[in-house]
Design a protein around this ligand. Structure first.
Ligand SMILES: Nc1ncnc2c1ncn2[C@@H]1O[C@H](COP(=O)(O)OP(=O)(O)O)[C@@H](O)[C@H]1O
Ligand SMILES: [Mg+2]
Length: 265
């Protein structure tokens, strides 16, 4: 269980202190799938960075299973079971995808297992397993590789910051299934996803709406989701912001309705 108690995060702009996060408190209980949503610039990614330890709060405390982790480093928090997939992942020149998955897992990962993690995020494993994690990868490919590393790690709390960003519709459908499976097999762990996608909001246990650095509202999905439908915080998978329906590519599925990989891997 993760608890944020009265977290504030200020930055200095010139001589002025600006409150990016303002007195935010919430709990992510075990075995829950929680979605944070809200307008751009509201402070969602900052909250994810505060949880991962990339930023330190100006005031307030964070607890993981009752232990105060406010002063713990990123590495300590990762060891304690917090994993984090960034909105904009970083590249690791000289490291292959397989190495990265093994590093993330912190244990021996067979090539077959690594391929499975990649397939789950819609990547043809044989094309990617020995690719270097460098500038030749697109933003969407990098994003999917990073999500695969979180899957490989399989920790207590997995934080995903806008996993849909930069990902094509085909892979997104695949990804939704990954999250649905994660939700169904959640055990002594929890998942926190920052997202605007209706399909992700629909599978949340709890929804937290963050705006202007504060919690606007939070509660069980049934309570919060109806108020979000039709807003920019709940974007339909195939409907762009203009509200016009986008053309929906037909996704090939197997007999169980699961998307089948694009290429013959
Ligand atoms: N370290 C920082 N220094 C200055 N401004 C920041 C810093 N971190 C975040 N911000 C600002 O705080 C606001 C919230 O950012 P962010 O958490 O990325 O929002 P969201 O993810 O909800 O779109 C933005 O206006 C952003 O520019
Ligand atoms: Mg963000």
């Amino acid at each position: 269980m993760l608890e944020l108690k009265n977290i504030s995060f200020d930055v200095l702009e010139g001589h002025q202190e600006i409150g990016i996060i303002r007195d935010v408190s919430f709990t992510i209980p075990d075995n829950k799938f929680v979605v944070i949503t809200g307008p751009n610039g509201g402070g969602k990614s900052t909250l994810a960075r505060l949880i991962a330890g990339i930023e330190k709060p100006t005031s307030g405390s964070l607890f993981l299973d009752g232990e105060d982790i406010t002063d713990k480093s990123i590495t300590d928090r990762a060891r304690m079971g917090i994993s984090y997939a960034m909105q904009q992942p970083v590249r690791f020149k000289g490291i292959e995808v397989l190495d990265l998955l093994r590093l993330a897992a912190g244990k021996r990962v067979s090539v077959a297992d690594a391929c499975q993690y990649l397939s789950r995020v819609g990547l043809c494993a044989k094309d990617y397993i020995n690719r270097e994690v460098n500038a030749s990868l697109s933003g969407g490919e990098l994003k999917r590789i990073e999500i695969a590393t979180v899957l490989a790690r399989g920790t207590k709390l997995s934080v995903f910051d806008e996993p849909e960003a930069g990902i094509d519709l085909w892979s997104f459908q695949n990804l939704i299934q990954v999250f649905e499976q994660m939700r169904d097999s959640i055990k002594d762990s929890s998942i926190l996803i920052i997202s605007h996608q209706e399909r992700i909001l629909e599978i949340a246990d709890d929804i937290i709406v963050v705006a202007d650095g504060m919690i606007d509202r939070m509660g069980p999905r049934e309570e919060i989701l109806p108020s979000l439908i039709g807003t920019a915080s709940a974007v339909g998978t195939c409907v762009p912001f203009s509200g016009k329906p986008a053309s929906v590519p037909k996704i090939p599925t197997d007999e169980n309705g699961n998307p089948i990989p694009k290429k013959n891997c």
